[in-house]
Design a protein around this ligand. Structure first.
Ligand code: NDP
Ligand code: 2IT
Length: 448
């Protein structure tokens, strides 16, 4: 393999010894693109990879806020502006107690290639806080969002950096963040955030976009295999925004999602999360103060498996939609033993590199996160377009564009894999197709 790639991975390791998630994605992506790097000796002369693994800018700040009892709290806020070669930095905000630099740098790095794959003009970024929204009142969430935005607003703007949601940040939080931005800046910078509610510049289909996108991407994989989702069972993890959109589209396509999960266990619903009542209940759960996946088991009389992950349930298709590294070697073995042929990533980096290799070696087709879950950020970019022209598109129009984008991501990934001799390896294909565009743009913009 490329000695240049090896050297940069090693240097990144030495520079960031305490960032395992970031090193995981850097190793995975750079290893995949080695044949491209070898074919372009000018990259090494321009220190392209060294620049690619170093964020253009990272901001860390104090967020002080007061709870309902009047007690002050201090959290840490972040924004990583990873790469702006293709457009304004773009990527979500995550509020979760596990948030740290390693997590946000891994998410920001992945976002650069994901956004490139969408074909839309967006660079890559990510941000968030170690704030835990679980158990907080609505007023506490609002005060936290206001305190967070009071600092973040200095660093973002519709033409510089455009945050959106991720774990713990949905329409409600985006509303509070937008309100504070508007109050502090006194300017209608409508495109400064995406995932906004519909009454002030949000896009139709944005809430559904990530989950729908995973299934639109999957549709192309099924077509490649002369197969369909009709009659297939699906194991889903998570019960949040992405899992909800995925469950809705799975039901529409004639499949049956039989699990959802959270941090404390999973629920098995053998009848499937297929009725409107059940699918809508996911939204209600996610919005409640003490959100917890067991609520579904209590309401619909199904079994809750405390402390367990859903991968022990046998299915035809697996779609993780919760968090990073939920699929390790044990879970990969369960998926292979179930005889499943398909695995699509709704969450970001839900599997370890070893687990991904094991799945592929055993004939499971892997739709990687950067490609499969790019529908969310793609519709965010369409929201930016609508905000720029001060018009709103119909849901049919946005949905059709999302469908086209997901097909193009699949086709471009398959083409790139084929071109470099990797057959139908959609992981390598997505990494290569995403990388080539960013690399070309960085080379043409000179040393920066
Ligand atoms: P939500 O906050 O809506 O839901 C998060 C879900 O993940 C909840 O079910 C939560 O369960 C579960 N979860 C979070 N942390 C853990 C953990 N440590 N262990 C087990 N379960 C966990 O987030 P989203 O649905 O938006 O995000 C889910 C995934 O999809 C993330 O990886 C995110 O990065 C990715 N993604 C999101 C996009 C978007 O547009 N929102 C776009 C592309 C990717 P509990 O409440 O019990 O912790
Ligand atoms: O991981 C992701 O792509 C997101 N959380 C969505 C980012 C966005 O800007 O819509």
């Amino acid at each position: 393999m490329s000695t240049y790639v090896d050297r940069v991975i090693e240097e990144t390791r030495k520079k960031n010894p305490d960032q395992p998630e970031f090193l995981q994605t850097v190793t995975e992506v750079l290893t995949s693109v080695a044949p491209v790097v070898d074919a372009h000796p000018e990259y090494e002369k321009a220190a392209l990879l060294e620049r690619l693994v170093e964020p253009e800018r990272q901001v860390m700040f104090r967020v002080a806020w007061v709870d309902d009892e009047g007690k002050p709290h201090v959290n840490r806020g972040y924004r990583i502006q990873f790469n702006g070669a293709l457009g304004p930095y773009k990527g979500g905000l995550r509020f979760h107690p596990t948030v740290n630099l390693s997590i946000l740098k891994f998410l920001g790095f992945e976002q650069v290639f994901k956004n490139s794959l969408t074909t839309l003009p967006i660079g890559g970024g990510k941000g968030g806080s170690d704030f835990d929204p679980h158990g907080k009142s609505d007023a506490e969430i609002m005060r936290f969002c206001q305190a967070f935005m009071t600092e973040l607003q200095r660093h973002i703007g519709p033409n510089t950096d455009v945050p959106a949601g991720d774990i713990g940040v949905g329409g409600r939080e985006i509303g509070y963040l937008f309100g504070q931005y508007r109050r502090v800046r006194d300017s209608w910078d409508n495109g400064v955030l995406t995932g906004k509610p519909l009454t002030y510049g949000g896009s139709l289909i944005r809430p559904e976009a990530t989950g729908y996108g995973v299934l639109y991407y999957a549709k192309n994989v099924f077509a490649h295999e002369n197969d369909t989702l009709e009659g297939k069972t699906v194991v889903l993890s998570g019960y949040g925004n992405v899992a909800w959109g995925a469950a809705k589209k799975i039901a529409e396509m004639g499949g049956k999602a039989v699990t959802i999960s959270g941090h404390n266990g999973y629920v098995y619903d053998p009848d499937g999360i297929v009725t409107e009542e059940k699918i809508n209940y996911l939204l209600e759960m996610r919005a409640s103060k003490n959100a917890n996946v067991k609520m579904y088991a209590d309401k619909f009389g199904c079994q809750f498996f405390e402390g367990k992950k859903p991968y022990e349930v046998k299915a035809d298709v697996y779609i993780p939609c919760a968090t990073q590294n939920e699929v390790g070697m044990d879970e990969a073995k369960l998926i292979v033993d179930a005889g499943a042929k398909y695995y699509f990533e709704g969450a970001n980096m839900p599997a370890t590199n070893e687990a991904l290799a094991y799945l592929q070696e055993h004939g499971v087709i892997v739709g990687p996160a950067k490609a499969a879950n790019a529908g969310g950020v793609a519709v965010s970019a369409l929201e930016m377009s609508q905000n720029s022209e001060r018009l709103s598109w119909t849901s049919e129009e946005v949905d059709a564009k999302l469908n086209t984008i997901m097909t193009s991501i699949h086709d471009e990934s398959a083409k790139a894999a084929e071109k470099y001799g990797f057959g139908y390896d959609l992981i390598k294909g997505a990494n290569i197709a995403g990388f080539v565009k960013v690399a070309d743009a960085m080379m043409s913009q000179g040393l920066f």
